[in-house]
Design a protein around this ligand. Structure first.
Ligand code: 5AD
Ligand code: SF4
Length: 456
C-alpha cells in the first residue's frame, strides 16, 4: 500500500476578528449555491469572532442552510430538526437557526416549536451574527426580506480548502418556470461586478486553488450593470486573467445558451468542456406548460452546436418526470431525447408540487406510482447510456485535477477530468502527488460512474 503524503491545503483568506469563544456548525443542504452561501455565512461569522465547530456535538450554534426545491428536501430538514431536539435537551443554551430557501418559504411557521431560534432568508446573511447574538440573549427572530441588490460581493467566503472553489456570480432567478420555487425563495436576478469576480479568481489562484466554479441559478443572465458585459465576457475575462485556473460554471438555461457563449468556451482551453443544460422534459407540450420558453428542437440545436465546436464536451442535464398532465407519450418523448443526446449524466426527479408556483394551480394528476415507475425507467436508461459512454473511455488519457484521496481506498487518489468525470488512480508515482496537482491518467477500467486508471 502506498503511503500518501500529508495533504497540502490552500489557506482560506478571511478577515478574522478575535475569537468570542463561541463556535458555529453549518450544515448545508441542496445545491452548490447553498454550499457557497454557507461559506459566505461562515465568512460573516468569523469576521464577527465566531469560530468553526468540529462537529454539531460541540457547537454553540447550529445553522441549517436549507433547500425548498422539492418536498423531500424539506422533509429531510424537518427530520434533522427533530433530531436536534435532543441536542437542545443536553445543552439548553444551544442556538439553532434555519437559513436559506426553506426559511424564506416557511418564515415564522418555523418558529412554532421552541427549537428554532432564528430564521434567515438568503438575502439577510449579513444579519446572522446580530440575530445569533439576540438568540443567545433569549430572543427569537425572523429575517427574510429579499433584496434587489444584495450579492455579498464584499464578503470573503470561508473556504475549507481543497483544489476547487465555488463563487456565486449572480443571485436569484427571473425565469419563473412554473414548477419552481426558486424565484420566490431567492428573489430577483442580480449580478456582481465583473472586475470583482476576476479579482477574486486571481486571489483564489494565489492562495492555491486550481479550479473555480462560477455559480448562479441561471448564469446566462449574468450582466455587469456598469459595463453591460455578459456572461461570455465574464468567462473570457476570468479565463484570460488566470490562464492555468480551470473554470467551470453552473447552471445555464437552454434559451440563453448563445453562440457567443459556446464560442467562448471553445476558444479557451482552461474553460472546462462540460455543459450542464437542464432540459426537464422531451415533450414540447410539457415544456410549454413548464414555461421553459424553448422547444425540444431548439434544445437539440444548442447541443449540436456545442458538439460541433467541442466534440469531446460532456453534457449533463436535469429531468423532471410526472409533471402535471404528463402522458405516456410525453414520457416516451423524454426517453427518445435522452437516447438521442446521450448525456454523460443526469439528475432525475419526480415532480414535486410547490405551493405558490403556477404549476401548483394546475394540480398534480400523475399518480405517485406512475411517477416512480417513469423515474425508474429513465434512471435505468441513463445508467446504461453512461455505462456505454464510460466504456469508450478505456485507453483514453485525461488530465486529472487531484482533489483528495479516494474515499474507498486511501492508497488511491481521486480527481476530476476537464469533462467533470471522477477518476480514481494509483501507481508508482502516486506518493509524489498532492491535492491540486494535475496528473495525466490513462483509464484502465470503469465502474459505474467512476473511471479507474494509472498515471501515464
Ligand atoms: N419538482 C421536481 N424537481 C424540481 N426541480 C425544480 N423544481 C422542482 C420540482 N418542483 C428540479 C429541476 C431543476 C433542478 C435544480 O431541480 O430539474 O433543474
Ligand atoms: Fe427554477 Fe427555472 Fe429559475 Fe432554474 S431557471 S431556478 S428551474 S425558475
Amino acid at each position: 500500500m502506498v503511503e500518501l503524503p500529508v495533504l497540502v491545503q490552500p489557506t482560506a483568506q478571511t478577515a478574522e476578528a478575535p475569537s468570542n469563544g463561541l463556535t458555529v456548525f453549518v450544515e448545508s443542504y441542496g445545491c452548490q449555491m447553498n454550499t457557497n452561501d454557507s461559506e459566505i455565512v461562515m465568512g460573516v461569522m468569523h469576521a464577527n469572532g465566531y469560530r468553526t465547530a468540529g462537529s454539531p456535538d460541540d457547537a454553540d450554534v447550529i445553522l441549517l442552510n436549507t433547500c425548498a426545491i422539492r418536498d423531500n428536501a424539506e422533509k429531510k430538514i424537518h427530520e434533522r430538526l427533530m433530531h436536534l431536539k435532543h441536542f437542545k435537551k443536553t445543552n439548553r443554551d444551544l442556538v439553532v437557526g434555519v437559513l436559506g430557501c426553506m426559511a424564506e418559504r416557511l418564515r415564522a411557521d418555523l418558529l412554532e416549536t421552541t427549537l428554532v431560534d432564528l430564521v434567515v432568508g438568503p438575502d439577510e446573511y449579513r444579519r446572522v451574527p446580530e440575530l445569533v447574538g439576540e438568540a443567545l440573549g433569549g430572543s427569537r427572530s425572523v429575517a427574510v426580506k429579499l433584496s434587489r441588490t444584495e450579492t455579498y460581493d464584499d464578503v470573503v467566503p470561508l473556504r475549507t480548502g481543497g483544489a476547487s472553489a465555488w463563487t456565486s456570480i449572480m443571485r436569484g432567478c427571473d425565469k419563473f418556470c412554473t414548477f419552481c420555487v426558486v424565484p420566490f425563495t431567492r428573489g430577483r436576478e442580480r449580478s456582481r461586478p465583473l472586475q470583482s469576480i476576476v479579482d477574486e479568481t486571481k486571489g483564489l489562484w494565489d492562495s492555491g486553488f486550481k479550479e473555480i466554479t462560477l455559480l448562479g441559478q441561471n448564469v446566462n443572465s449574468y450582466r455587469d450593470i456598469e459595463s453591460g458585459y455578459d456572461f461570455s465576457d465574464l468567462l473570457a475575462a476570468t479565463a484570460r486573467a488566470v490562464p492555468s485556473m480551470r473554470i467551470r460554471y453552473s447552471t445555464s438555461h437552454p434559451q440563453d445558451m448563445s453562440d457567443k457563449l459556446i464560442n467562448t468556451m471553445a476558444e479557451h482551453s482552461n474553460i472546462c468542456k462540460h455543459v450542464h443544460l437542464p432540459v426537464q422534459s422531451g415533450s414540447n407540450r410539457i415544456l410549454e406548460l413548464m414555461n421553459r420558453t424553448y422547444t425540444v428542437e431548439h434544445y437539440i440545436g444548442r447541443i449540436e452546436r456545442i458538439k460541433e465546436l467541442m466534440p469531446d464536451c460532456a453534457t449533463t442535464t436535469d429531468i423532471i418526470t410526472g409533471f402535471c398532465t404528463e402522458t405516456e407519450e410525453d414520457h416516451q418523448r423524454t426517453i427518445d431525447l435522452m437516447k438521442h443526446i446521450r448525456y454523460e449524466g443526469a439528475y432525475m426527479f419526480t415532480y414535486s408540487p410547490r405551493e405558490n408556483t403556477k404549476a401548483w394551480k394546475l394540480g398534480d394528476d400523475v399518480p405517485d406510482e406512475v411517477k416512480s415507475r417513469r423515474l425508474a425507467e429513465i434512471i435505468e436508461i441513463q445508467s446504461e447510456i453512461a455505462r456505454q459512454i464510460n466504456t469508450k473511455e478505456v485507453g483514453v488519457v485525461h488530465e486529472v485535477l487531484v482533489d483528495g484521496p479516494s474515499k474507498r481506498d486511501a492508497s488511491h487518489w481521486k480527481g476530476r477530468t476537464d469533462t467533470n468525470k471522477i477518476v480514481v488512480f494509483s501507481g508508482e508515482n502516486v506518493a509524489s502527488c498532492a491535492v491540486g496537482d494535475v496528473v495525466r491518467v490513462k483509464v484502465e477500467r470503469t465502474n459505474k460512474a467512476t473511471l479507474v486508471g494509472i498515471p501515464y
